[in-house]
Design a protein around this ligand. Structure first.
Ligand code: ADP
Ligand code: MG
Length: 602
């Protein structure tokens, strides 16, 4: 393991292993087969890249997507590792050249598309070199249970069987379900694999659910709170991708759309704009994501509720892969449940199954939807809900880093308050928004109120003593229930809704779950000098553009942040920054050191 630690430090520039990595690496080095189930962003690549550089011989990595291979190989080369990929993006000349290099032992790590494995040229190469390990990345692609079944993955076992010496075989996936895991071990013919499943928790992700009446406004508000950050907005259908992307552009947000119905070129361009940080927001169907290795995704918003927590967690998990704080926000509306139910009941794939199996499949899908709906509508810790769903016991009942925890739910009788809110909204005559209405009701001393003489109204201060945030939360609930309504437009005004009368006449007590006043989201941030960080980002961008690679391949945000905190002045200090290995030090170290020095001398 000593050699592995040295590679981790010198080549990749990391001080320590993440959970699960050490155990996987040790097993591979001992010659064992491995089956590793680790969530997205856990750092699976390093688990086989480190042994690849310690072991004698070549490491073959089977990977499903061209873009994935390109980014991985790009990153390795930046770290000074000799690596290449063999897939259909190469011309036949390039392919022959790469294979020739490979034969001469130029590469330590070769990424290959599964369809290539059994071709004559590749087999001939593989028979005549020493292959130390075969790695199967995104191994769930071998399973027909998985959403990403790829027939080419069935070539892997026959390919390995034809090699003169059986190398160690390792399989990596983020898909946790039992049936998929069984398929992986069986179809890849793993031999007594060392199984590692790391915890599914992603502590750097903040989870939240927003149940506001109008999704577009909720989304705009969210993006307003995350200005300057980059992220994904997932939509359920192609049509809504186009609508939402259009809506964002109309509001001056640099968003691009992405879905499988677009032309290849257009889609490619959208992806590149996003990955290179030219377009901070991408609006996409779930067709977008698996091939994307962009590590600085600061948020993932789900515009609609997906069909189950598996899909949700996989897609949401694309945020914060660099280990930085990131947010996963689900916009929920009751209509989402109905739409998903409809989709389950009309699922087309089920035609091929017999009636009984069809029934079972549908029942399971409905049960999963129910769990997803509990997540979206329930109270309490969201993280605990996710982990429990995946069969893991949460370390604490409340994580303190999700909207469920921070809005520590308290159910209370609000019959009287509801009456006063409706009366207040009626008295304000639909001329003001939610915030000002809440202020009037709470009797706030905001100067705008005096200016507009709203303090002379009888409803002024009718909820004095209540917290403004709490009143706003009640207003939100009443909007969702149709008791109040918002007008369209950028500055929506609050008025009474179709069910206002009903609510006033209702004799039943009204109960609501409301946030505990005074508790807001607290997220400690390390002391990063923003000015310096901005300069480092600019330098990274310039280098990336010059080299035609995505910026995160040069350095991740986490690395630049660490640089802005540690402010290295010498080569030695620079090597102590997380993510700076010797390869990157040689390539870029001096440029970044110069920018830091200039900044400090100003
Ligand atoms: P996965 O394939 O599991 O989704 P990746 O292999 O793409 O995750 O790694 C995600 C990010 O984590 C990458 O930016 C990688 O450089 C970083 N990373 C991996 N291992 C470590 C480590 N031990 N320390 C710090 N960062 C790491
Ligand atoms: Mg990966």
């Amino acid at each position: 393991m000593q050699a592995a630690k040295q590679v981790l430090r010198d080549v990749f520039g990391y001080a320590s292993f993440r959970p699960g990595q050490e155990s996987v690496i040790a097993a591979i080095l001992r010659g064992r087969d491995v089956m590793a189930v680790m969530p997205t962003g856990a750092g699976k690549s390093l688990c086989y890249q480190v042994p690849a550089l310690v072991l004698e011989g070549i490491t073959l990595v089977v990977s499903p997507l061209i873009s994935l291979m390109r980014d991985q190989v790009g990153s390795l080369i930046q770290n000074g590792v000799r690596a290449a990929y063999l897939n259909s993006s190469l011309t036949s000349r390039q392919y022959a050249l790469a294979l020739d290099n490979a034969r001469r032992g130029v590469y330590r790590i070769i990424y290959v598309a599964p369809e290539r494995l059994l071709t004559e040229g590749f087999l001939d190469f593989a028979m005549h070199v020493k292959i130390a390990q075969v790695v199967v990345d995104e191994a769930h692609c071998v399973s027909q249970w998985g959403q990403d079944f790829r027939p080419g993955y069935l070539n892997i076992a026959p390919f390995i069987a034809r090699l003169p010496v059986r190398p160690r075989v390792s399989a990596f996936t983020a898909t946790a379900t039992q049936s998929v895991r069984k398929d992986i071990a069986r179809l890849l013919e793993l031999q007594n694999p060392h199984a590692v499943t790391t915890g599914f928790d992603r502590p750097n992700l903040y989870f939240e659910v927003r149940r506001e009446g109008n999704r577009d406004l909720a989304l705009l508000r969210f993006l307003g709170e995350h200005r300057g950050q980059s992220g994904i907005v997932y939509c359920g259908t192609r049509k809504s991708v186009e609508e939402v992307a259009g809506m964002l552009v109309e509001h001056g947000i640099d968003a691009v759309g992405y879905h499988a119905g677009m032309g290849d070129e257009e889609r490619q361009r959208a992806q590149e704009d996003f990955v290179s940080d030219r377009a901070p927001v991408i609006v996409a169907t779930n067709a977008f994501g698996m091939g994307i290795d962009k590590s600085n995704v600061s948020f993932v918003v789900h515009y609609q509720m997906p069909k189950d927590l598996e899909s949700y967690y996989q897609e949401a998990g694309r945020a914060g892969r660099d280990g930085e704080e990131a947010t996963c926000c689900l916009l929920y509306q009751p209509a989402d449940v109905r739409l998903n139910l409809f989709l389950i009941e009309h699922a087309q794939d089920n035609d091929k199954l017999d009636a009984q199996t069809q029934q079972v499949v549908m029942e399971r899908a409905k049960e999963r939807l129910k769990q997803m709906t509990y997540y979206a509508t329930g109270s309490g810790c969201l993280r605990a809900r996710i982990l429990t769903y995946f069969g893991e016991k949460p370390a604490r009942p409340a994580c303190g880093n999700c909207s469920g925890c921070l809005m520590q739910a308290q159910e209370r009788d609000v019959t009287r308050e509801v009456g006063r809110i409706v009366a207040g909204v009626a008295a304000l005559g639909g001329r003001y928004g939610k915030a000002l209405t809440a202020k009037v009701l709470c009797g706030s001393s905001d100067p705008r109120i005096r200016e507009k003489q709203l303090d002379r109204l009888s409803v002024f201060g009718s909820l004095r003593g209540e917290d403004e945030q709490t009143v706003r939360a009640m207003i939100e609930e009443l909007i969702a229930d149709g008791v109040l309504a918002l007008t369209d437009g950028q500055y929506p005004l609050l008025r009474t809704g179709p069910r206002a009368r009903e609510a006033l006449l209702c004799e039943e007590p009204v109960r609501m779950t409301l946030p505990e006043p005074g508790r807001s989201r607290v997220r400690p941030k390390p002391q990063v000098d923003k000015g310096l960080f901005a300069r480092l980002t600019r330098l990274r961008r310039n280098i990336a553009e010059e080299q035609h690679v995505p910026p995160f391949i040069i350095f991740t945000n986490a690395t630049l942040r660490d640089m802005a905190v540690k402010r290295p002045r010498t080569r030695r200090e620079m090597l102590r920054v997380d993510g700076v290995g010797e390869g990157k030090m040689d390539r870029y170290g001096d440029m970044f050191l110069r920018v830091i020095r200039e900044y400090e001398d100003e």
